[in-house]
Design a binder for this molecule. Structure first.
Ligand code: 0PR
Length: 352
């Protein structure tokens, strides 16, 4: 079996990273526990309360409610489900920017909700006019992304909140990736900044927890009621999660990572990652590529397909945006040395 550090040493495309040692250790200790059955596994159930408490602090939510999901996909599906249940229309729709993650397509499919995809502006952020033109009385939720998958952009969350309120829809913020770096920026994205109702914020991305560890936060506990089903033969009476048996490892590792890193460790990591992204953007620009300004630690650059393929052939794990730009995510395992070596390979290709 390959060891993890080796597995990560050329990975520039992932939104997951090497878990913090404390998170790895906690995951191992709780491997065989199931927070879906709190009557039998009370320790991990208590840890989950701690996790939600911590996530709430990070996301600016007093009195937080929610649960640790299998990932951003589950959290997004559940958020759409909450909105659909609350909307009380037979023909619900949700409005999201084209920069929204594909998990919302799964949500719309599963839940029978119409997905209205609106364009983004020149800076890859939701075009507010298009959102305004798309909402109506059947709109169950407006979706904003705080740290988009392709360009790391943050949508204008307070403005989206106003639009959502104008049609009595919920505002869902997808901070799956951005949630653990945004507290150290000036963006308005938190519950405290805008009328946010539900949020996805994943410990297993920038939070440095082990997979699977996603987060769903809701402004008030009653929003979770829309998800609850009766659990006749368990000690607890209702379950709001999508999965039944789920990973205590994810829950315990999220708590361990946040205990270790919130806030100073995450702040240091944000600064390191952002510096790396700025350095890489600069290096690529100097070589004549068009680069999307890395407003968060994610760099997208217009590199020809042939160059991209040659870099992949050299073993670099890189990916492309929908429009074909090279995309590099400056996760905690991505060091300056790695990036310098990557740029070195790029230079050797260009000489030929
Ligand atoms: N929301 C946003 C903004 C995301 O970027 C992602 C995942 C999700 C939701 C869904 O989260 P889960 O994958 O936890 O369900 N974005 C990455 C992507 O789809 C996920 C990823 C992670 C891809 C690791 C590759 C990889 O190696 O590109």
């Amino acid at each position: 079996m390959q060891s993890e550090p080796q597995a990560f040493d050329r990975v520039l495309s992932s939104m997951c990273t090497d878990p913090h040692p404390a998170a790895r250790d906690a995951a191992e200790r709780f491997l065989a526990t199931n927070p879906g059955d709190p009557g039998t596994y009370p320790t991990v159930a208590t840890l989950e309360d701690d996790a939600i408490e911590q996530l709430g602090e990070i996301a600016g939510l007093d009195d937080p409610a929610g649960y640790i999901t299998s990932g951003g996909t589950e959290a997004n599906i559940q958020a759409v489900r909450i909105a659909r249940e609350r909307a009380g229309t037979r023909t619900p729709n949700v409005v999201m920017p084209e920069s929204g993650h594909f998990s919302f397509r799964k949500a719309a499919d599963l839940l029978g909700v119409e997905l209205r995809v609106v364009p983004t502006d020149d800076d890859h952020r939701t075009a507010l006019e298009a959102v305004r033109a798309s909402v109506d009385d059947d709109t169950a939720a407006v979706i904003g992304v705080a740290g988009t998958t392709e360009y790391g952009r943050v949508d204008p969350i307070p403005e989206l909140g106003e639009i959502a309120r104008s049609v009595d829809a919920l505002l869902h913020v997808d901070a799956a990736w951005g949630g653990f770096v945004l507290p150290f920026t000036d963006y308005d994205w938190q519950f405290a900044h805008a009328p946010v109702d539900t949020m996805t914020i994943d410990p297993h991305k920038m939070g440095q927890a082990a997979v699977p560890s996603g987060g769903l936060l809701v402004r008030s506990p009653d929003l979770l009621d829309a998800l609850a089903v009766d659990t006749p033969y368990l000690e607890s009476t209702a379950q709001a999660t999508l999965t039944g048996t789920r990973s205590g490892a994810g829950v315990a590792s999220a708590v361990a990572a946040m205990d270790e890193l919130w806030p100073d460790g995450y702040r240091r990591q944000y600064v390191r990652s952002q510096n790396n992204a700025d350095w890489l953007a600069d290096a690529l620009e100097k070589r004549g590529y068009e680069v999307a300004d890395p407003t968060l630690p994610l760099v997208a650059a217009d590199v020809p397909r042939s160059t991209f393929d040659a870099l992949r052939a050299k073993g670099w794990r890189i990916s492309r945006t929908g429009t074909g730009e090279l995309r590099i995510v400056c996760m905690p395992h991505v060091t300056r040395e790695m990036l310098a070596s990557f740029v070195g390979d790029l230079d050797r290709l260009e000489v030929r």
